[in-house]
Design a binder for this molecule. Structure first.
Ligand code: PEP
Length: 253
């Protein structure tokens, strides 16, 4: 596989000032580091400032948004269009995060529209899937993940699918301090790779980067990244501190 993709999802944290200070320090700490691809996903308000600063620093750190709407423009109060993200230098966009599904009613159908719209604007979607605790305990993890993958990625060509990042994020591991074991995470990521193979063929399935997310920390990053079907991490809480995010990045190489 290629380089691991480590993305920080800042959720609804950091003002513009805090975000700019953070990435300036991060860029300094990771300068000269090779063998890993890095992304930060600040809130909408800080995207332009962070993206401009990282471009000026030539830091090799990409920027992603945490959500977007699927229409190009229109009377959709409060929404942000794909072209607007592209214009300010976003390369990635997180889609279908479990918090969007849980608190804002996002469905696989909506995520699917967003995936198509993102790819049409040359934004790389980070598509989140993952089971809730009761689903894991009742043995339906694979059925749940299958439904989310098939629904979210419906109608894509193999060429489009090859550009995707899929993040396997078991909901019970997000923000709880309870990480999936490396072997449990590998098992589901391998299952997702198999699904992608059956949907889009071997070449596309190998090209998709499949991340793991859920309480990734400096201490567990290396073991997770060593798994054959874990191609990176989507990091929430530990991406908010420059020390822990830097350590995760360094431990992933
Ligand atoms: C996330 O929100 O995508 C996430 C993985 O959060 P945390 O690392 O805090 O569990």
């Amino acid at each position: 596989m290629g380089e691991p993709l480590i993305a920080g999802n800042w959720k609804m944290f950091k003002t513009v000032g805090e975000a700019v200070d953070f990435v300036r320090e991060l860029a300094y700490r990771v300068s000269g580091l090779h063998g890993v691809e890095m992304v930060v996903c600040p809130p909408f308000t800080a995207l332009a400032a962070v993206s401009g600063l990282l471009r000026d620093l030539g830091a090799g750190i990409a920027v992603g948004a945490q959500n977007m709407y699927w229409e190009n423009e229109g009377a959709y109060t409060g929404e942000v269009a794909p072209g607007m993200l592209k214009e300010i230098g976003c390369r990635y966009v997180i889609l279908g995060h479990s918090e969007r599904r849980q608190y804002f009613g996002e469905t696989d159908v909506m995520v699917n529209k967003k995936v198509h719209a993102a790819l049409a604007h040359d934004l790389m979607p980070i598509v989140c899937v993952g089971e809730r605790l009761e689903e894991r305990e009742s043995g339906t993890t694979e059925a749940v993940v299958r439904k989310q993958v098939e629904g979210s990625l419906a109608g894509l060509s193999a060429v489009q699918a090859a550009k995707l990042v899929v993040a396997y994020e078991p909901v019970w591991a997000i923000g709880t301090g309870r990480t999936a074991s490396a072997s449990d995470a590998q098992q589901v990521n391998e299952f997702i790779r198999g699904l992608l193979r059956s949907l889009f063929g071997e070449v596309a399935a190998q090209a998709v980067r499949i991340q793991y997310g859920g309480s990734v920390k400096p201490g567990n990053a290396a073991e997770l990244m060593a798994q054959p079907d874990i191609d990176g991490a989507l990091v929430g809480g530990a991406s908010l501190e420059v020390d822990s995010f830097t350590d995760i990045i360094k431990n992933a190489v």
